[in-house]
Design a protein. Structure first.
Lengths: 619, 172
């Protein structure tokens, strides 16, 4: 009988063990977590068997919180402390918001905040509560720590909204592998399931956002050709339109003028009626509002009529995206429907009429995004399986700089494949000018005032020269998550400035630290212990990666180089078991630096092999 | 092969104007399969940084190679006859006269038929321009003459975008 192996304390029992990657669909109305188990992506249920978690957080008397179903149930009785549709507030300032929720919003520089009985809450904190709940669900399911997560965002989210989402995931203690776009995730789940090839449109109408993406699918490559949408249009707006029509019919006037509890009750009733009208043609509804009983007889046509303008807005976005992609509707092989709101027959009919073919909806529109994210996460944590997929996504909105006269100079046009880096030269306006104010904006309009302001920063210390003599090269780098970094350099003197585009709306390190302290996600954990744990996970990952690289390409290292790298690995192992997070991080960093040249050689080898038409795995 | 290789070397293509778009796209995907940061997500920040550099470089080359006009401008530059679109706007008088004529026609075009006719006219002129461009790059090897054609085609491209924009507005 073979002897069983027992690993050394503190070491991974098996370096080749499957690692756990989860996909999270953080939605406006509900959220899901999925993972690949036994080779198949599936949504993970809570103990009662529900996979859907309503994206609602309620702050209770005494510091407690309710998240999900319980909070949703309290929406009508405690509207001021029950936060729903928080996704609409992510990365947004008060002046950006056209629809006011029944809870209190506070005008803060950068991002709006929410006033609750538990004090002021950032939308990032509220989202982190939802994400942490899903993280616990996944940890309980696997009875293990999670190695990493892919979080989905609407394709049409701008830089501020993406950064806020990433902050929330980090606050919830998740290692973010990648932010991926919801339609792309849906295409992964759909495409892999159906072995599809060709051009596909993904029509994603969620609770609060609308996305339309055109993708080309070829042998495991998911190439986004163009994307567009409206990050403030979704099922919520259909509810509101129906609620407004009901209020008018009952002589109640504009719903914004109703008391918060009545407004919440009417919106809830409208949502239920909307959902019921997907299955039946007509419906009787009654509701007691402010002491009076109201009755409505609703037809499917009533809903269609009061929401037709919303559906038309989605089709206008579809038209624009097809124009960007230089395609006619009949070039599209199939239209994938995503998001609960696509269950509405009116939406199905409109999409069918536009594309001239019935949309594809053989996957559950609520689950498909989380499933695609799980497949992606599984690959990104390093579980190489049969599905060798590659995502080539694009940036949804153009990025530019303010120039004289409040005009926008576009640096990165929309629908550019990411990652990307693009540069443009600028010059000074006055003689002897020694500094340059740079204002980074995102959007499609020509005037700065009509675009979204992302960041302002200054390049100082330019040697005095005649106006127009300086050459200032500004480089925009967008990473695979769609997040922007801007750097500027004066070419003659070499003066540099650089910014991760975060300060104008993002959270400062102090704010993050405060939130971590208050957060439910970490309430039970010592912050230091967590830092150590994270440093250890990073160290293990680095050691494992180094070893597998050395095993795969031993010929790329000289004997001395091999010895040097092994020394760094040993040094890292030695500090790894200790309690000093900073020492572990430093040793990990040293190993990363020591292997950089080796990594570059491996990369070159890979590229050369690719040119020879061979795949690394096939050698 | 390194990050400084030119676009054609990087994509393993002959440095000439005539290219098969499907080959360019195929190579692009092959290269990204090897270099995309997602391939190195579990291999530490140094590998991520390198992968990002390669991936950015491959996307840059793809953008330039797939667009015939940018590809031609790039070839002119590689052959020592940079197009210098911003500084060198001296165009032949005959060409400028035609541009003025087209702009007048665009201003006067009152209906869809007139616009479509103008669009068709520019399309055929551009097709001819590209034939001349291909000839001077791939047959006679005259990069200076090719650069002149690139400049003319840039004017024509801008004009036909304006025509398309008018057609779009009328279509709504």
């Amino acid at each position: 009988m073979a002897l069983l192996q027992i690993s050394e304390p503190g070491q991974a029992p098996d370096p080749h063990a499957r690692r756990i990657g989860i996909g999270i669909d953080l939605g406006t109305t509900h959220s899901l977590v999925a993972a690949v188990r036994h080779g198949v992506a599936e949504c993970l249920p809570d103990p009662s068997g529900q996979v859907i978690l309503p994206s609602v957080v309620r702050y209770l008397e005494g510091g407690g919180r309710q998240i999900g179903q319980e909070a949703l149930a309290a929406q009508v009785t405690d509207p001021g402390n029950t936060i729903a549709s928080v996704k609409r507030l992510m990365g947004r300032s008060l002046s950006d918001l056209s629809v006011r929720p029944p809870y209190e919003l506070l005008d803060k520089p950068g991002m709006v905040a929410i006033g609750t009985r538990a004090g002021e809450k950032s939308p990032v904190e509220v989202s982190a509560e939802i994400l942490a709940t899903l993280r616990y669900r996944a940890e309980d399911t696997f009875n293990a720590d999670i190695d990493g997560a892919v979080i989905t965002v609407p394709a049409y989210f701008d830089d501020a909204q993406r950064q806020a989402t990433k902050d929330a995931a980090q606050l919830a203690g998740l290692n973010v592998l990648r932010l991926i776009n919801e339609p792309t995730a849906a295409a992964i789940a759909y495409g892999l399931d159906n072995a599809s090839e060709g051009l596909f449109a993904v029509y994603d109408l969620g609770g609060g956002t609308f996305d339309i993406s055109i993708l080309r699918l070829t042998r495991g490559v998911f190439e986004v050709v163009a994307t567009g949408g409206d990050s403030a249009l979704g099922g919520d707006d259909y509810d509101r339109a129906l609620a407004q029509a009901m209020a008018e019919q009952a002589g109640l006037g504009p719903i914004g003028a109703l008391a918060p509890a009545a407004q919440a009750a009417l919106l809830r009733q409208a949502r239920l009626a909307k959902e019921a009208l997907s299955d039946s043609q007509s419906l009787q509804v009654e509701l007691e509002l402010e002491g009076r009983l109201h009755r409505w007889a609703l037809q499917r046509e009533t809903l269609m009529a009061c929401t037709a303008a919303l559906t038309d807005r989605t089709l206008a976005a579809v038209r624009r995206v097809l124009r960007d992609a230089q395609l006619k509707p009949d070039a599209i092989a199939g239209v994938v429907m995503v998001g609960g709101s696509t269950r509405m027959p009116a939406v199905q009919q409109a999409v069918q009429a536009f594309f001239g073919k019935p949309p594809l909806n053989n996957l559950n529109p609520d689950e498909v995004v989380a499933l695609g994210a799980a497949i992606s996460a599984n690959q990104l944590v390093g579980n190489r399986g049969g599905d060798d997929l590659l995502l080539l996504d694009v940036i949804p909105l153009s990025l530019g700089l303010e120039t004289m006269g409040g005009l926008v100079e576009r640096i990165v046009p929309r629908n550019q494949t990411i990652p990307t880096a693009m540069a443009q030269d600028f010059t000074t306006y006055q003689d002897g000018q020694t500094a340059l104010a740079l204002h980074v904006v995102q959007g499609e309009r020509d005037l700065v005032a009509d675009c979204r302001s992302l960041a302002r920063f200054e390049l100082r210390g330019i040697p005095p020269m005649a106006a127009g003599a300086a050459r200032i090269r500004v480089t925009f780098t967008v990473d695979a998550d769609g997040l922007l970094t801007v750097s500027a350099q004066e070419q003659v003197s070499g003066v540099q400035a650089r910014i991760d585009v975060k300060p104008s709306y993002g959270l400062s390190d102090d704010e993050i630290a405060r939130m971590l302290k208050d957060s439910f996600a970490t309430a039970q954990q010592d912050v230091q212990a967590r830092a150590r744990l994270e440093a250890q996970v990073d160290a293990d990952r680095m050691i494992l990666a180094t070893q597998s690289a050395m095993a795969a390409d031993p010929d790329l290292l000289s004997a001395e180089e091999r010895e040097a790298i092994e020394g760094l690995v040993e040094a890292l192992r030695a500090v790894r078991a200790g309690a000093d997070a900073a020492a572990i991080e430093a040793a990990t960093q040293a190993l990363a630096q020591g292997t950089e040249a080796f990594a570059a050689r491996r990369m070159n080898k890979g590229i050369t092999l690719a040119l020879a038409g061979k795949n690394i795995e096939s050698i | 092969m390194n990050l400084q290789s030119d676009d054609f070397e990087l994509f393993g293509l002959q440095p000439q104007f005539a290219q098969d778009r499907s080959v360019i796209d195929e190579r692009w995907k092959q290269l990204q399969r090897q270099a995309h940061p997602d391939r190195f997500a579990d291999q530490g920040p140094a590998a991520q940084r390198l992968a990002m550099q390669w991936s950015v470089r491959i996307n840059e080359a793809h953008q330039r190679l797939k667009d015939p006009l940018r590809r031609a401008a790039y070839l002119c530059q590689l052959r020592g006859a940079a197009v210098d679109a911003h500084d060198n706007t001296a165009m032949p008088a005959q060409f400028l006269a035609q541009q003025i004529e087209w702009r007048e026609a665009l201003d006067e075009a009152g209906d869809m038929d007139a616009l479509e006719a103008l669009a068709e006219q520019t399309r055929s002129q551009r097709a001819q321009g590209f034939e001349h461009l291909a000839h001077s790059l791939d047959v006679t090897g005259d990069a200076r003459q090719a650069a002149g054609w690139v400049r003319s085609l840039m004017f024509m491209e801008r004009f036909s975008q304006e025509v398309d924009a008018r057609i779009d507005r009328m279509g709504v």
